[in-house]
Design a protein around this ligand. Sequence first.
Ligand code: NAP
Length: 489
Amino acid sequence: MPSIDTNKPCDFTIFGVLGDLSRRKLIPSLYQLDRVALLHEDTRIIGVARHQLSQEDFVAKMRDSLETFVNDSLEPDVVERLLNRLHYVLINLDVPEEYSRLQEVIDQEQRVLVNYFSVAPFLFDDICKGLDYAAIVTPETRVVLEKPIGRDLETSQEINDTVARVFTEDQVYRIDHYLGKETVMNLLALRFANSIFTTNWDHNTIDHVQITVAEEVGIEGRWGYFDKSGQTRDMVQNHLMQILTLVAMEPPVNMHGDSIRNEKLKVLKALRPITIDNVDDKTVRGQYKAGFIKGKPVPGYLEEEDGNPSSATESFVAIRVDIDNWRWADVPFYLRTGKRLTTKRSEVVIYFKRLPHNIFKDSYKHLPQNKLVIRLQPDEGVEIVMMNKVPGIGKGIKLQKTLLDLSFSEAFSDVRIADAYERLILETMHGNQSLFIRRDEVERSWKWIDSIQDAWASSNEPPRSYPAGTWGPVASVALLARDGREWEE
Ligand code: NAP
């Protein structure tokens, strides 16, 4: 592996610079990094697209992106500084000869070349071939890949093989933007910087774990794209699996990329397979029908614009995951994600075991379980649900459930919470791979998901319907009720 100079300036090159992701997330994130002086003064931003644009037209488009998508009021001197870093290169990505134009602009003597593929994955092959044809790739060059990395194990291997023909694994940065979120990062701090948690993080004290990523929105004009993947491929294979591995992994020896990723991989390897034999007991698929969101009527999945009324794609999934290792024996992880649910909420809830004996029976018949709630969005923060005595004298001891609530926006009110893309872009520039997914992780995760998809395909059961604006099909409640548990709501 080449030694990495984290202070070197970059030629940060965005393929597909005029696309949605680039305009909405990447360019605004680069602005925020520049604002807080995290971009090296000699770093440049090179935009690649296939349109005939003058440098002035390109700069005007990027200025418009900043004005449209940066939430805070823009600082004029930062805007000018950022716009001065921009260079436009016209390349039809499927024409290898055109990559020599990029070769003429970049300067790998002085700068690290970071190639951000902000395009659909079917173009990765063309870009790799083009970069290779123009002899642009050196051992220092990096490549950033957007999701989805395939739709199953086979297609993810194809994409990874394509990229591996030109880049070694230590040059590849696969994005899962959840790994750039402040609260997901905080999971590591919570687990490995607090002895109360490090010593209470296994089957001895934890009863079960719930991971919810609930969306209020529906398909938002992406029916064609979404219907080919469904909620399991779109959300579980990447975001929920990444959160699960961070909650469940063993302590890494340090924060280096491979130390963390080795531990995450071990969790993925320990996932009990879900097959045709147990799929009905372990999973629930759902599809929303018409309902109400915040009092307003919304159409069902099949009636959405461009919808195919016979689609059996799931917009909701709940899964009981068992991890077959020492730490998590008999501690289920329940995953749940869906569209058009009651509210937008992402959280991890750790339920601690019930106490063996209740000495407060007279005033509180069933002592509730302690809970640690890690709120990923909205209102990022951490909550502990615990029992306290109600102050006062009189007959008996009165107990009450109370919250220890650490809201990030209140506790760190003078600190701006950075967007996930800001952190991830910065890490690609610094050459730190710990927040990016390694090839073996992606493929292992697909292998596990493929087995579920195959089981659903064989069972031929359509998804269960649920009204928009609810928490999913009733069967999802039953999934936990069978184990004597219920969802956090
Ligand atoms: P997009 O809006 O379609 O942008 C892709 C860009 O690629 C377009 O500007 C398109 O240019 C360009 N392109 C296509 N074929 C080309 C060619 N042969 N030569 C040169 N340029 C070409 O897509 P996106 O939403 O930005 O998504 C990009 C990637 O990020 C996808 O893999 C997506 O899954 C992933 N992603 C996106 C988001 C998001 O919020 N948008 C979130 C997560 C992941 P034209 O305008 O000329 O067609």
